[in-house]
Design a protein around this ligand. Sequence first.
Ligand SMILES: [Zn+2]
Ligand SMILES: [Zn+2]
Length: 350
Amino acid sequence: MKNTSALDFAAQPHRRWNPLTQEWVLVSPHRTQRPWQGQVEAVAAEASTSFDPACYLCPGNVRAGGIKNPDYRETYVFDNDFAALQPQTPPGKLDQEGLLVARSEAGRCRVVCFSPRHDLTMARMSASELLPVVDVWAHESSELGSDPRIASVQVFENRGEMMGCSNPHPHGQIWANETIPNQLAKELHAFGAHYQSHNSTLLADYLELEMREEERLIYANEHFVLLVPFWAVWPFETLVVSRRPVPGLPQLTEEERAALADILRQTTIRYDNLFKVSFPYTMGFHQRPSDGGAHPEFHLHAHFYPPLLRSATVKKFMVGYEMLAMPQRDITAEAAAALLRNLPGKHYLG
Ligand SMILES: [Zn+2]
Ligand SMILES: [Zn+2]
């Protein structure tokens, strides 16, 4: 294992730069020793039945509004019955002295069931069961993105009650916007500036550096790498990066999609194994905007943001200084990577 040569102050408080969002994160490694009276979360009971008659995502059940789910066998995609965005939103605009500024926002919200099985999670699905999920994400990104009114497609999953997801049925969401949302806009700016000065993508160069340094790597296959980013905010935050600088999910080859299914499984298995619990997180892909541009500067990746800190019941809060000033973490990215790297790649429940 190589050391981060120049980071000889890693044990003392320091700031790290996130080149994707152009923001700092405060790292306070000495605080991991302080007395802690953490919030105790009730460990959510695992879904134990493969079909729940009360679940609105299970095959054959009737959803709000009276729509009956088909008897699907792999994945199932539908428009969210309570969509935050709607395609037929009429245009509207407000600008009062540059202080009261608003725009109408049209879009679409889709729900993706990963499996007909109510009791599965990404970590408990095989790579061949996850492949259709990756295919659906790619297909939906391409379909939604081809609509000239859609500028960006956000694929994501909220997993676990701690993240506000009350239904354990394995599913994710896809929100397609008329405009480019804040996070993607920040990254797009950073990718653009880097590409212009280096003629390579920001994450291609970052990945090359991390492959040399090794100490933040967790797992890699032929086409994807899993690591704890140097600038991680959440205790066990990770980044999944494609080795080839592809701009989005639709541009992945068949082989790359299979490799993505594998690394998503490896990521979530390690998370579950860390505290022997179905690990909560928000995960999502950042891909190029669907504004018609080729965007060679953009580089597909997935962020995993899990809230757990030191056990199945203690979570990190983003409060106080973090709400008012900047995010802060105690355990270093290197320590978190070592913990995740050394966990078995086989799920603890077998
Ligand atoms: Zn269900
Ligand atoms: Zn990103």
